[in-house]
Structure formats: C-alpha cells, structure tokens
Design a protein around this ligand. Structure first.
Ligand code: TYD
Length: 231
C-alpha cells in the first residue's frame, strides 16, 4: 500500500540517476454512523480485519468517548439517571469530541495511522439536531457553529449503515439494558434517521449510504466496495 514515485537525482559529478522514492499515501479518517441495531460493530470489526490484511496501520475508536476524559463523559451521557437539557447534552458531546480529537484522532493521523471511528459529529446532527430538537433551525445552527469552531478535521469518508428504524430497534432491543438514548421511542429514532437521510443528500461525496440489510458478510462487502476506493 505504498506509492512508488521517482525523482531525478543530480550527483556531484553531474550524472543524473533515477531513485525510487516510497511515499505513504495520506492516512484516512473514516467514520461510521447509523441508528440503533444496524450492525455497526460487526461492520467495523470486518473493515478492521480487511485493513490489517492490506497491511494498513489504523486505530479504532468511538464517540462519545475514545480518550480517557471523553470516556468519563460517555458514562454521564449514557447513564439513564443523568438529567440534562438538550443544550447541555450537545455541549457535552462536543466537549468529549474536542478532547478525543486532540488527544487521539489528530495524533494518529499525523503518525500516518488511519482512524476508524464509531460515530462522530454527524451523530450530533442526527441525534441532538433531529432526534431531540426535530430539526429546529436554531439548534442546527448551533451544531454547525460547533463543527466549524471545534472540529479541525472532517472525516474523509462517512459510512451510514441504513436499515429501517423498526428493524434496527428490534435487533437492539434483544441486547443488554437500554442506555439513555436506547430508551427513546420509535419517533425519536425516525427523526434521527431523517437527519442521516438529509446528510446523505447534502454531502453525497463524503456521507455514503450503505444498505445494512442482509448478512454481515454482504454488508461488509458493500463497505469494502467504498473504502477500497480510498486505497
Ligand atoms: P453506543 O452504545 O455507542 O450506541 P451505538 O451502539 O448505537 O453506537 O452509544 C452512543 C449513543 O450516543 C448512541 O445512542 C448515539 C448517541 N450519540 C449522540 O446522541 N450524539 C453524538 O454526537 C454521539 C457521538 C452519539
């Protein structure tokens, strides 16, 4: 996974020779998005296996969380006992994100490691902007301001695993105890889904919809068809 380039080297006695140079392509920042139960974890597991097979150095991380401080905020954000308003929730998401970005994501990319992140700011747009606030214009403006002000690196590619909301909720419901978001009702997740649909229409180059129906293997093939283009 290296690019061979060539430079012409002038030596002291003015003879020219061609030296192959190996340069690494820039490390990529890839995020995964989706509503509950769409199979993100398995899709990320499989993508990471593929990257390893290709000899690509990567880190895997998640939001909210991913750094020590952000993981502390995650505990608060997901705890069903936490009683906060929508603005506070949004600000905590971006507080966690700022720490994660500075301590984990940017240093990894600078070292040439790919970053595979389970959720990023598109989740704030969909969950806080659409789920909590039903696409309220003031809320969406605040979110865009936070992105502009505090997110210095946007993902190169975002994969939205899309499944009918009710189907995903049924899958998720079969798992462990519900956290503060999983306790929400169908209408909330339908609004979140609308938020992701909006992003897919608005930023089709970065934000790609992946059909999340079918087997894990089928979904992983669809993921790889898109990610493979970056290599
Ligand atoms: P997690 O257990 O990681 O959920 P999932 O397995 O569905 O990814 O919990 C993260 C929850 O946080 C998830 O319900 C979505 C929510 N969230 C937001 O509301 N806003 C955000 O900006 C992020 C990153 C996550």
């Amino acid at each position: 996974m290296t690019l061979n380039t060539e430079i012409t080297n002038k030596t002291d006695n003015s003879q020219s020779s061609t030296i192959p140079l190996k340069t690494k392509p820039l490390a990529k920042f890839i995020t995964f998005e989706g509503t509950e139960g769409v199979g993100k974890t398995t899709a990320i597991d499989n993508l990471c296996d593929k990257l390893s097979e290709q000899g690509i150095d990567y880190i895997r991380t998640r939001e909210p969380g991913g750094s020590e401080f952000a993981e502390q905020l995650r505990e608060i954000l997901l705890n069903p006992k936490t009683d906060i308003n929508d603005d506070t929730e949004l600000l905590l998401m971006f507080t966690a994100r700022s720490d994660h970005l500075q301590k984990v994501i940017l240093p990894a990319l600078e070292k040439g490691q790919w970053v595979i992140c389970d959720r990023f700011y598109d989740s704030s747009f969909a969950y806080q902007g659409y789920g909590r606030s039903d696409a309220d214009e003031q809320m969406l403006t605040k979110i865009n301001q936070l992105i502009d002000g505090f997110v210095s690196k946007k993902p190169d590619l975002t994969l939205w695993l899309d499944l009918p909301v009710a189907e995903g909720m049924e899958r998720a419901g079969k798992r462990s105890k519900a956290d503060r978001f999983e306790q929400q009702q169908l209408g909330f997740f339908q609004r979140v889904h609308q938020g992701f649909s909006f992003l897919a229409g608005n930023e089709p180059t970065r934000f790609k919809r992946i059909d999340a129906s079918g087997s894990a293997e089928e979904v992983s093939k669809r993921v790889w068809a898109v990610v493979g283009e970056l290599i």
